[in-house]
Design a binder for this molecule. Structure first.
Ligand SMILES: C[S@@+](CC[C@H](N)C(=O)[O-])C[C@H]1O[C@@H](n2cnc3c(N)ncnc32)[C@H](O)[C@@H]1O
Length: 173
């Protein structure tokens, strides 16, 4: 379920460019994308959110091995609840958890995002199915709805990068 190596490098580079004081990640799994973000931090911190103690225990091990554990905080639980505990302001966010809740994660992050901050959302092309009118499965429609929500949001400037399964870049104006 983890992002690819080219996406990882892209995340590190974007983190370096934004140079956040507070970055958040929604969907951490075994820790690869969080390591890519944490590697790009200079002074900032990364707050990770996931529901799985089992998978994130692997992440914790590798944060230690990489010498980055001190920059990363993990909160376990459904992110629609736990994200409410973030005070912000956030300058960088990576959304890569359950796709059904992308609109909720987007809004919770947006409320806490500093103007000029960057939200990244993964899997927004869904293997290209979002552009195929013949595909009407629920998971495809959900991502179409998320993409429409973002494109029509007057608070942001956005584009989809066709890297791997699609990464949407969303800048809060
Ligand atoms: C695609 S994986 C994340 C991959 C990770 N970003 C990487 O590249 O290594 C999705 C993660 O979202 C987590 N997740 C699923 N539902 C969630 C929820 N309601 N709240 C928080 N995390 C959730 C899963 O436990 C899983 O670890």
């Amino acid at each position: 379920m983890q992002i690819s190596a080219d996406q990882g490098r892209f995340l590190t580079m974007l983190t370096q460019l934004v140079d956040p004081t507070l970055a958040v990640e929604v969907g951490t799994f075994t820790g690869y994308s969080s390591l890519c973000i944490a590697r790009g931090l200079t002074h900032g911190r990364l707050h990770c959110f996931d529901v799985s103690d089992e998978w994130t225990s692997v992440a914790r091990r590798y944060w230690e091995k990489a010498g980055l554990a001190e920059k990363i905080t993990l909160t376990l639980g459904p992110a629609t609840e736990t994200l409410r505990e973030v005070e912000g302001p956030i300058q960088l966010a990576f959304i890569d958890a359950d796709k059904t809740n992308y609109p909720a994660y987007y809004e919770l992050v947006m409320e806490r995002m500093e103007p000029g901050g960057l939200i990244l959302a993964d899997n927004t092309l869904r293997g290209g199915t979002v552009a195929d009118p013949a595909r009407t499965e629920r998971y495809v429609q959900e991502m179409r709805e998320f993409n429409e929500l973002v494109i029509n949001d007057p608070r942001v400037t956005t584009t989809i990068m066709p890297i791997r399964d699609g990464v949407t870049l969303i800048r809060k104006n």
